[in-house]
Ligand binder design. Structure first.
Ligand code: ZN
Length: 178
């Protein structure tokens, strides 16, 4: 049995009475998930709640992951640990006829992407979450509501606001180029 929290067993949904099944799994993330500046680190715990909806020879999985991220404020470089969620919906086919059967799937399920397969009665949501988290989590994370010291930034020693506006004589000759 895999401890991958993104892999769900859908055997019951495929062979059951057609009722949706909701399962929550918790475990270490098999990979780093998120944009460059903030992410769920590989190995950190993530909770994934999935509702598995039977579709005949396939399933629609509606899932939400929740995790504490690790990142850095892009302004003051302080370490951030916000708790974020992201939701995905993905169709998985359990047979080849599922894809060609006209009655089985609406045209606009997914986004024209290739339909994923059920493998050994399991579905893997990792790639769907990687894609969605990359789009939804902040590219430029900052402290909330503001960085420490934001309201009172002292001027460097010995320089008053007035003097800061004056052009350094060494650069005066370059001023016409600015
Ligand atoms: Zn900050």
């Amino acid at each position: 049995m895999s401890d991958n929290p993104f892999v769900f067993n859908v055997a019951e949904a495929l062979r059951g009475d057609g009722a949706p099944i909701t399962v929550t799994q918790t475990g270490p993330s098999p990979s780093r998930i998120g944009p460059v500046m903030i992410a769920l680190p590989e190995g950190d715990e993530v909770e994934v709640e999935a509702t598995i909806i039977p579709l005949g020879n396939g399933v629609l999985v509606d899932a939400t992951m929740r995790a504490e991220l690790t990142g850095q404020c892009v302004r003051c470089l302080k370490t951030l640990h916000p708790v974020e969620t992201v939701r995905v919906e993905q169709v998985f086919s359990a047979s080849d006829t599922f894809i060609t059967g006209d009655d089985e799937v609406d045209e606009d399920l997914g986004s024209g992407d290739e339909i994923q397969r059920v493998v050994d009665d399991t579905v893997d949501l990792e790639q769907a979450f990687v894609d969605e988290a990359g789009l939804n989590w902040p590219f430029n994370p900052t402290c909330e509501p503001e960085c420490e010291g934001d309201t009172d930034v002292p001027a460097p020693d010995g320089i008053s606001g007035e003097e800061q506006d004056r052009v350094d004589p060494r650069w005066a000759g370059l001023e016409r180029f600015l």
